[in-house]
Each structure stands twice: as C-alpha cells, then as structure tokens.
Design a protein. Structure first.
Length: 172
C-alpha cells in the first residue's frame, strides 16, 4: 500500500466496524440503483448525493446553514474517517435515503412529471430524516446503540455528541 494511503486504511476499517449498518444500506443501494438506473447513473447519484450532503453538513458546522449551527464532538476522531470536521459516514447515508425517497415517490405517483416526483421525494426524505436522525442521535433509544455518540440534531440529554451553538451545550 502506498505510504500516502497507509494512515487512511485503519480509519476506513474503523468506520466500517463502527457503522456497519451504513455500509449494509450502501450495498443494498448500489445493487438496487444499478438494476434500476444503471451503473453509471448509480455512481452519479452516489457522488452527487454525497457531495450535497457533505457540503450541507460542513456548512452547518461552520456557519449554521442549512441545519443550524452545531459541532461534532470528535469523540470518534482517530477511530473513524473524518473529512474536515465531518465524519465520513454521515454524508454517505444521504444518497441512499434520497434514492429510497425517489423510488417511493415514483411508486406512489406513477408516470408523472419529474417536478412532482422530486417534490414528493423531498417531502418523504425530510420525513425519513425526522424519524431517523433523532433515533440515530440517541434521542430515541434502541436504534443504533453506542455508535450514536458522534452528533445529533435533536437536543436531548441522552446524547452528549455535539454542541448546538458554538461553545454552549445542547443537552436538554
């Protein structure tokens, strides 16, 4: 292995071991989207989805847009891969949530214009995030266990994962 990639390998392994559910969903997404859209479009969907999610997470941790200002605690830094100050897994989950929402919107609406499908897919994805994000953050117990200590959007005392405002605790 080239020396420039050597420090990344243990972090990638740590990310996989810490968040196996993300990679399981990623594998299902890759299989389903390849069958549905073709390999090239699946890769495009994955790349664009990851890029949009990373930009949103990174901007939120810097200037508070679009999700509000928060910071990751860094509790898993050195164990899993971070891109800047954002854990790699966080942005990786966005494309398959978007794809699931897109598929559900297509199924519900049938062959209609892209605008209506996009609008419904956006609403479905927002609703999925409302359910999944508090679950993943520890606000709702039993979803992801101990691996939920990296961050959260729902303020609770159950998860001391990040601060919601620069320098102030988001517990409670």
């Amino acid at each position: 292995m080239p020396t420039s990639l050597a420090p990344v390998a243990p972090l990638l392994l740590g990310t996989l071991l810490l968040r196996p559910y993300v990679f399981a969903f990623l594998a299902v997404f890759a299989w389903a989207a390849t069958r549905d859209l073709g390999a090239l479009r699946m890769l495009g969907f994955l790349a664009w989805g990851f890029a949009v999610a990373f930009a949103a997470e990174y901007a939120s941790t810097r200037v508070g847009v679009p999700f509000g200002l928060y910071h990751y605690t860094g509790a898993t830094r050195g164990i899993e891969l971070y891109l800047g100050n954002v854990p790699f897994f966080d942005s990786l989950s966005f494309p398959f949530l978007a794809y699931a929402s897109f598929c559900l919107a297509r199924k519900v609406l049938g062959p209609v214009d892209r605008g209506r499908i996009t609008l419904l897919a956006g609403v479905v994805m927002m609703l999925l995030d409302v359910v999944i994000d508090p679950s993943r953050s520890g606000a709702i117990d039993g979803f992801s266990g101990a691996s939920s200590t990296t961050r959260r959007r729902a303020p609770t005392s159950a998860c001391p994962c990040r601060t919601s405002r620069a320098g102030s605790s988001s517990d409670g």
